[in-house]
Ligand binder design. Structure first.
Ligand code: FA5
Length: 358
């Protein structure tokens, strides 16, 4: 047959008859799609015919072009119908297949997870203070400025209250008296508890806090444990006694501990407690270059002091009748010293090779 018009007419007629049968023979979606590609794909039969139409006289080209497009729509409709038929058959086969027994034991041994080292250390710290007679309390991470700063006697221009140092949160509709931020320390629990209880009280509280800090020993989000004890005639000697006993229980009796004078607006006098650096403890000359303690041999783990009378006044506790001490420790620092972790960021990267060691 040399007449191209006649060839195309015969080709369209043959395709019109065959395509249903070809689709029916496909028993999987993959076979069905392959069959469709043979007919309508870039190198498919119908596409080949459409290409040949360029050589036809315009009238015949229009007529056969319309027929070819009609056939294409028909093939596509049959394809969709067969696709739906196959999907239904698959679903029905699934429904009548024997059910999967979900109670069978797995083939591979499943590794058991465990609590994050920070949670373990935090619980251990709270447990030690529990044994020493402290009760646990809770405080929110999004806190009012008054509980985080004002009641704790931070002057309004203190650098810690600066927009650059804290993460402030917009509370819609709140006036200037109700400014809120991500708490920068767990001392907000002091302000909260002392505002609704009367002494005696001995309380600890743990949780997340946030600051604009980031290096090997500082993280923008970290954990603190706060503790405070208020009663008649509480002394600095008792503060030292409780914290030294805590450090001994946590690190063992051999670990060197020192109190260093320091300043926090909500205590007077104030101090910091340092523990001997475990990273350069050996007398091998590594101390000078120790990145963790910066060559000092000590790592600060907490701030502490005698609660300032103006904090009692702001919270409604009689500052003539009562005294008390407070402390706030960094859980990451305690964990780093405990396990010899040289970079705080390892604790937050969630690498199973690291976490699997605890
Ligand atoms: C405070 O946060 C005081 N609220 C502590 C306090 C409570 C003092 C009660 C007196 C009475 P400071 O900013 O020093 O203090 O932080 C306490 C501890 O948190 C530090 O000793 C350190 O161990 C840890 N820490 C501070 N900043 C970071 C940080 N960015 N990343 C990890 N740990 C930190």
């Amino acid at each position: 047959m040399s007449d191209p018009g006649a060839q195309i007419v015969a080709g369209l007629a043959s395709l019109g008859q065959r395509h249903r049968e070809e689709f029916k023979q496909a028993s999987t979606e993959q076979e069905l799609r392959a069959a469709k590609a043979r007919l309508l794909g870039k190198k498919g039969e119908l596409t080949g015919m459409l290409k040949q139409m360029g050589a036809l006289p315009p009238d015949l080209r229009r007529e056969l072009g319309e027929r070819a497009n009609g056939l294409k729509r028909e093939v596509e409709a049959h394809f969709e119908a067969r696709l739906a038929e196959l999907a239904l058959a698959l679903r029905q086969a699934d429904l009548v297949a024997p059910p999967v027994d979900l109670t069978l034991p797995g083939r591979l041994p499943v590794a058991r997870g465990h609590r994050h080292p920070l949670s373990q250390v935090c619980d251990e710290i709270l447990e030690i203070f529990g044994e020493l007679g402290f009760q646990t309390a809770w405080g929110p991470e999004v806190e009012f400025e008054s509980n985080n700063f004002t009641k704790l006697a931070f002057p309004p221009d203190h650098p810690a209250t600066d927009m650059q140092d804290s993460f402030w949160v917009d509370v819609r509709g709140a006036g200037p008296d109700l400014r809120a931020l991500l708490r920068t320390h767990t001392s907000n629990v002091q302000a909260r508890e002392m505002s609704h209880r009367q002494p005696p009280m001995a309380i600890v509280s743990g949780g997340r806090v946030y600051r604009r800090d980031d290096d090997v020993t500082h993280s923008p989000m970290f954990h603190q444990v706060e503790g405070f004890l208020v009663d008649e005639r509480v002394s600095f000697a008792q503060l030292k006694g409780v914290l030294t006993e805590f450090a001994r229980r946590l690190y063992g009796t051999e670990t060197p501990v020192r109190f260093r004078p320091s300043y926090f607006p909500f205590v007077e006098p104030g101090a910091e407690l340092d523990v001997g650096c475990v990273f350069c403890r050996l007398d091998d000359g590594s101390r000078e270059s120790c990145r963790v303690c910066k060559g000092t041999g000590w790592l600060e783990i907490l701030g502490c002091g005698m609660i300032h009378p103006r904090v009692f006044d702001a919270c409604g506790i009689d500052s003539e009748a009562f005294t008390g001490f407070a402390f706030g420790l960094g859980v990451e620092r305690v964990a780093m010293l405990r396990y010899g972790i040289p970079d705080i960021r390892l604790l937050f990267e969630n690498d199973p090779r690291f976490l699997g060691q605890f």
